[in-house]
Structures are given as C-alpha cells and as structure tokens.
Design a protein around this ligand. Structure first.
Ligand SMILES: [Zn+2]
Length: 114
C-alpha cells in the first residue's frame, strides 16, 4: 500500500463505505426489532405458538411484569399508585380510582425471576 494522498483517498473511501454499511446494518436491526415487536404483540396471548418463540415471548412477558413492579415501587416511594384499569395516578392508599371508578387491586411489588 502506497503512502501519501492515495492512501488518504482510500481511507476516506473506506470510512464512507463503513458509514453506509452502518446505516444499512442499523436499518436492518431496526426492522428486526419491529418484526419482533409485531410478532410479540400479535402472539403474546397465543397458547399454541411454536416452542422456539414461546420461551422468548414468555421472557418478554416477565420483563413487562417486572417493569410494572419497578414502576409500582417508584410510585409507592412517592406515596402513589396507578389504576390498573385506566392508568390514572392516585394516592397509594386509595380503594377506588377517582377517574374511572375501578375497584383497585393489591399493588404488585414482587419481581418475577427470569
Ligand atoms: Zn382508573
């Protein structure tokens, strides 16, 4: 490989190609993410999905549950809770939602093991 201006031109071309490659890879990753999200949303309640998908779908459900638990813990430290029916934020010791009238259930505070 020659040194000097030619090498600079090659290295600029390589950088430009790497940038294009990264954009294509990022677009592919985003599409795969969107495909996974679509699959999850349309199959999360499907009891007869293939075993190769079931494990991942179940793990995502557990992760969603744990997100809810962490959100509940965060709200509780602020003296608050969420209505599981409409998403309204209420004082922690409320019995009914003051927005939708829903009878509030016990708040989930136990994480599931993944
Ligand atoms: Zn409500």
């Amino acid at each position: 490989m020659a040194w000097g201006p030619k090498k600079d031109a090659v290295s600029a071309e390589v950088k430009s190609i790497e940038l294009s490659l990264k954009q294509v890879e990022d677009a592919k990753t985003d599409m795969i993410y969107q495909l996974g999200e679509l699959y999850y949303e349309s199959n999360k309640d499907n009891e007869s999905i293939d075993d190769i998908y079931k494990e991942k779908v179940d793990t995502i459900k557990k992760l969603e549950y744990n997100c809810k638990v962490w959100n509940n813990r965060k709200l509780k430290t602020q003296g608050l809770r969420m209505c599981e029916n409409c998403g309204n934020t209420l004082p922690y010791d409320s019995s009914f939602c003051n927005k939708c009238g829903y009878k509030l259930q016990a708040v989930s505070e136990e994480l599931v093991i993944i």
